[in-house]
Design a protein around this ligand. Sequence first.
Ligand SMILES: [Zn+2]
Length: 618
Amino acid sequence: MKKLHVLLLLCLFAACNEKGKDNNATDASYKDEQTFAQPDKAVVKHLNLTLAVDFATQQMTGKAAWDIDNVSKGNEIIFDANTLSIQKVTLGDDEKETKYSLDSAVKYKGQALHVAIQPDTKKVNIYYTTSKNATAVQWLTPAQTAGKKSPFLFTQSESILARTWVPCQDGPGIRFTYEATVTVPKDLMAVMSADNPQQKNAEGVYHFKQSHPIPSYLLALAVGDLAFKAIDNRTGVYAEPSVVEKAAWEFVDMGKMVDAAEKLYGPYRWGRYDVLILPPSFPFGGMENPNLTFATPTLIAGDRSLVNVIAHELAHSWSGNLVTNATWNDMWLNEGFTVYFERRIVEAVYGKKDAQMQEVLGRQELLHFMHEIGDTSRDTKLKGEYDGRDPDDAITDIPYEKGYAFLRTLEEAVGRDSFDVFLKQYFDTHAFQSRTTEQFLADVNSKLLKGDTAKANAIRIHEWVYGTGLPSNVAPTHPENFKAIDSLLAAWSQTGNATGFSKLVVNTNEKLYFISHLPENTDAAKMAVLDKEFRFTQSGNAEIQCAWYVLGIRYKYTPVDEPLKKFLSSVGRRKFLTPLYKELIKTPEGKVRALAIFESAKAGYHPLAVQSIGDLLK
Ligand SMILES: [Zn+2]
């Protein structure tokens, strides 16, 4: 996803090496506390899903037929369920009805679904209906779409929300293949994280197949008035008809990005790579659903300036989808790697300077976040400590930017060539497996550092992974790329004259840097001068709008008031909502405004965003 930290090293590595077995499902070396499933006893292998989508009742009804491996030959298999209504459960192809029970609900996690099985049971069929409150599913009215004529539906299963629309073993350490048959209203099209249709059919019945084993958080479905446009022979975009041309123009470099990624870390193994543009309420920048990245329309800036998010989601086809974090406490393995890989793709396609500028901005965000929560907070550790908490709380700058900083530091220590060989081998050796932090560190020790303990100690690996804050040996960034902007900022501070600046501060990275480094004595009058030069208030680039509107709120620059309200009412991406609402509630009158905007806008937000912004405004 994109949103927007030594002693026993030797023993640790030795222990990991001993346990470095490959089949995570039966790997007893770790426990995923976020799933009720006990995959070491009975585990899913393949899903055959039949679903009917009903927009009138905002429910999905169907059957999840699971092929299972009853590893322990016991009498029970446990699934995760959350707000599902289970009608019946049967076993085998002859569908003999069996007993099942649901435990009482646990906050965030939902319920354990216990199903009675026989030692030789190979298939479990669960008949169920989703609830209107299914957190993974957002039902949009026609008014909430670009076309305004048809309803829309999309799912967001990460981190542990797949269980709100499919009874499953909902942990990233458990993988399965799937096929699905989905029935939708006849004028709409369905797409999934699988091989997809490129046209609507007359029956409204769509078949899907994902032949690679994936974890449940990559199960995804979208239904709407969709059109497809190819970019080249293996990439393309899906979007509402009024958006599809713009999207294809914006993401014209997708094929080049896939080529660049393959050159770095080996073949793209999923077949096609397409992007689906969702309506604006999508709470994230993008979600790396296999074969089909789900993306926010805020990426369509009209100038191809935000394609790095596509590079990020594409990179997840290796880091995350191919080699997956075993638990959400290991999330940095998904996100830190992906930020690293994203910047390598950006460097290959757009040049080193762009990648380095994004690195500077990323580091700035990381330091800001650490400053905010305190750099001794346990939530600054790379290896997360989220047992008993909502794993969505782990989605901060830590797994992304501290993870990135650690990998950059490793790269500096061993040299880029060695690091690339290691990463390529890592993705190849562990393809379609889930890995823990400890398993990764064992690989670093044996394959990258080749047992060189002195080097491991010099890199301070243990401190990086299990310590708080940012270790002082972090690889430096390259702020010299912004030297020219720094000079302009200095001149602006002295003279208050910005004439001609807009011709010198050109790309999005430079503009974001400029806005975020404006002096503290900025006020509404000074913002007006800058706005006259840059027209930031009217920007079509959501990153710039967000950064500028935050200052507008802070310095009471009233020309942003209406555009801000419009922005908060049309965009559901949490990366933008959170800093804007946070800035608003710093003053009592701002809080009144925030509550009013939230009340009228929340119907258009995804349940995840309603929850996090609602918590913020309490
Ligand atoms: Zn990501």
